[in-house]
Write a protein that binds this ligand. Structure first.
Ligand SMILES: Cc1cc2nc3c(=O)[nH]c(=O)nc-3n(C[C@H](O)[C@H](O)[C@H](O)COP(=O)(O)OP(=O)(O)OC[C@H]3O[C@@H](n4cnc5c(N)ncnc54)[C@H](O)[C@@H]3O)c2cc1C
Length: 405
């Protein structure tokens, strides 16, 4: 027989954004139900792969820096309460050049990052090529390149963050249902109804934090505002040069492309001498769904990554790929997030920290969602993240929206 329970808020999807929303709602005293079709943290969405870059001056838009700074506070607080290790400050090196081809969500990422650092008094240094070569000999920088070094940038552990956040949500009274899939939802003047493969639940508000499943769930009219792309993560062998790349000796980095080389980003070796160094580029070629995405990584992809991206940049990184993983970006046309009520609704919130830079903000994003669900407004400015902002709305039916290419 169908189950019937009433909550203040139901959160569907408990990855990076949803776990945080459930926790923030529960700690504020809401009666909250979190539902996930799998058992987060898992490897089937957008929140796996052991590490995520975090940084404080956010070049992707002025409204993101406060989200990042607030997330640092929440992640640090979670570490203290749970005893889990979530964040390593490693310093962060962003490298660019006048001929940079990388887009990194905005075309002038280096300049906008520097401007955000100055505006928000984020500790940083600008390095010329000689200074970079002296301080970071692991990078084979070109004569025309410059560096931005951010002191507090670092590495977040996404799986540990989700685990710690969900455990605190449960400690604060949230009901968590895993391995349960939402099949449909509806809303009317009296509330929302969520039907799953195991039951039926009622609430005042609904939050959809379903990551790359979003286009399938938001309905025909909104679905074209999101595209999902396959992304590959590579861990290359550094066993002969572990000291140069290990945590403490190597920063996180974002390196704008130039000439034949694409933009790349990467991390120190966090998993010991045999664990490799994680380096990736971004791809906006293969549009996928979580159901049809190819989760295998071919030797051809590995060889291409090594020859084109690793060899020119990192002396000392070996050819063997010790590990790889496939993950998904959910993109909007302007690469921005969405945190908003569904058009015409005062009950259903849609939230997606999209476009490959969302994890670092996820702790504060969950807080914004909780405030929006409870109070209808947020402490931080999420106005630029509205679902009906200009970039998210096709101007005519004939002109499809442009996505990053
Ligand atoms: C390769 C890669 C590298 C990245 N690097 C960085 C980085 O360095 N720094 C950074 O800040 N960000 C980074 N990001 C971005 C960041 O990881 C994502 O923005 C973030 O993890 C997205 O979280 P999410 O909660 O939206 O989605 P997810 O974590 O995928 O969560 C969605 C959840 O919804 C559940 N769900 C979906 N449909 C249903 C349903 N019908 N019923 C029940 N449950 C459902 C799913 O099971 C899933 O658990 C990266 C992303 C990728 C893919």
């Amino acid at each position: 027989m169908a189950e019937l329970e009433r909550y203040d808020v139901i959160v569907v999807g408990m990855g990076a954004a949803g776990s945080s929303a459930v926790y923030q709602l529960a700690r504020r005293g809401s009666k909250v139900l979190g539902i996930d079709q799998f058992e987060p943290p898992h490897t089937l969405g957008s929140t796996h792969g052991e590490t995520r870059i975090t940084r404080q001056a956010i070049g992707e838009g002025d409204h993101y820096t406060p989200l990042s700074l607030r997330s640092y506070e929440i992640f640090r607080e979670l570490e203290q309460i749970t005893g889990e290790h979530l964040l390593d400050v490693t310093g962060g090196l962003m490298i660019s050049s006048p001929g940079a081809t990388g887009v990194n969500n905005v075309s002038n990422f280096f300049e906008t990052t520097l401007a955000a650092a100055k505006k928000h008094s984020i500790p940083h240094e600008v390095l010329n090529v000689d200074q970079m070569r002296r301080r970071f000999p692991q990078f084979r920088v070109q004569d025309n390149e410059i560096g931005y070094y951010e002191v507090e940038s670092g590495v977040l552990r996404p799986e540990a963050c989700v685990r710690a956040t969900l455990s605190m949500a449960a400690n604060n009274g949230a009901t968590l249902k895993i391995n349960e899939k939402m099949l449909e939802y509806s809303e009317d003047a009296s509330g929302v109804v969520v039907k799953t493969d195991k039951g039926e639940y009622h609430a005042d508000k609904l939050v959809l934090t379903v990551g790359p499943w979003l286009p399938q769930i938001v309905g025909e009219e909104l679905k074209s505002r999101f595209k999902v792309y396959r992304q590959v993560l590579f861990w290359f062998d550094i066993s002969d040069n572990y000291d140069r790349f290990k945590l403490g000796n190597f920063p996180i980095f974002i390196w704008d492309g130039q000439g034949e080389r694409d933009s790349i980003y990467g991390f120190p070796a966090v998993d010991g001498q045999e664990g490799g160094i994680k380096i990736a580029s971004e791809e906006y070629v293969t549009e996928v769904t979580p159901e049809n995405v190819d989760r295998s990584v071919s030797q051809e992809e590995i060889d291409k990554m090594y020859e084109k991206q690793i060899v020119p940049c990192f002396p000392g990184v070996g050819k063997d790929c010790v590990k790889s993983a496939v993950c998904m970006y959910t993109m909007t046309p302007d690469s921005g997030f969405v945190i908003d009520f569904m058009p015409g609704s005062s009950r259903t919130i849609v939230c997606s920290p999209c476009s490959g830079h969302g994890f670092k903000h996820s702790a504060a994003v969950g807080e914004c969602v909780a405030e929006l669900a409870r109070d209808g407004k947020t402490t931080l400015n999420i106005e630029p993240l509205r679902i009906d902002r200009r970039a998210m709305v096709p101007s005519t039916n004939e002109s499809p929206m442009r996505f990053p290419a």
